[in-house]
Design a protein around this ligand. Structure first.
Ligand code: NAD
Length: 282
């Protein structure tokens, strides 16, 4: 049963791996790390040029496709591409995700929230659903890119926090549901990784800068996308259900039951209160 596979060795050499959001950031590094281990890679992204460049860089064991994860037909076509190119599929990495511009829930257009949930949650659902038969045939693995914001949400970007909390439950439920089909499921709970998504959220906006400054440096220092991808590959190789990356976030995950009771401490920061008032006034 997949559920008992933790610790088993699952060599990526020769595996057929489909990755969404592979055009940039963590997804592109995941493609490189899997490929360096001998995997055959199907790189998928809404940014067709970015994944085409990546496939050219990787060479013959890689193909690319433009696919929007919110469109089930695009994800079906991506799975088909894996079957045609490599004869099957062993690993699907549902990694594509977006953040909204900073904003308060009370004034955010619900369409913005819907769009984030559509990409970050329904995108993963479509990725997984369209690949399940192929993964059952190979006894494969589903890997999901989650976030520590699932258990430690901050203010000013609630759509993202909501989406990643939903994704955590999706991953845990799915793991239990598909274990009998020989498929394992893992979720990586990521802290701060140095990509354009993190820069957009925390560097490019004055509110994000204030929010980021609230975190102790051990949490706010950003891991490189390469190191994050290597850690995620290590998780896949163990078929582990869960991995917190980087490790300074692990104590918070373990103590997560206490976090909701401590959230009020955040509001003691005058800088954050001022930044939230300014965000509200926009
Ligand atoms: N960077 C971080 O600090 C951090 C922390 C926790 C979790 N994550 C998660 O890691 C994943 C990758 O993020 P990243 O930091 O590499 O961001 P990124 O912006 O560098 O890359 C995201 C990729 O997803 C693609 N994408 C966006 N919408 C898409 C769609 N509808 N269909 C297909 N592809 C689409 C983009 O084109 C881009 O190539 C996301 O799920 C993100 O939530 C990132």
């Amino acid at each position: 049963m997949g559920i008992f596979r933790r610790g088993a060795s699952y060599d990526l050499d020769g595996r057929r791996v489909l990755i969404t959001g592979a055009g940039n950031g963590i997804g592109a590094e995941l493609a490189r790390s899997c490929h360096a281990r001998g995997a055959k890679v199907v790189a998928v992204d809404i940014d067709a040029d970015a994944v085409a460049r990546l496939a050219t860089e990787l060479g013959p064991r890689a193909v690319s496709a433009r696919a929007d994860v919110t469109a089930p037909e695009d994800m079906r076509a991506a799975t088909e591409l894996a079957l045609e190119s490599f004869g099957g599929l062993d690993v699907v990495i549902a990694n594509a995700g977006v953040t909204p511009d900073p904003g308060m829930l009370r004034s955010t257009d619900p369409a913005v929230v819907r769009r984030v949930i559509d990409i970050n949650v329904f995108g993963v659902l479509h990725t997984v659903q369209t690949a399940t038969d192929a993964l059952a045939a190979s006894g494969g693995h589903v890997q999901i890119t989650g976030s520590c914001s699932a258990f430690m949400p901050g203010p000013g970007g609630a759509a993202y926090m909501m989406s990643k909390a939903a994704l955590e439950s999706l991953a845990r439920s799915l793991r239990l549901e598909v274990a009998g089909s020989g498929i394992s499921v893992g979720i990586a709970m990521l802290g701060m990784i140095d990509t354009s998504l993190a820069a957009k959220t925390l560097d490019d906006d004055p509110y994000g800068q204030t929010l980021g400054a609230q975190l102790p440096s051990v949490l706010s220092s950003r891991m490189s996308p390469h190191d994050a991808a290597e850690a995620i590959c290590g998780q896949i190789e163990k078929r582990a259900a869960r991995k917190v990356i980087p490790t300074p976030w692990l104590p918070l995950d373990l103590a997560r039951g206490a976090l909701p009771y401590l959230e009020g401490l955040t509001l003691k920061s005058k800088d954050l209160a001022r930044a939230l008032a300014e965000l509200d006034a926009r």
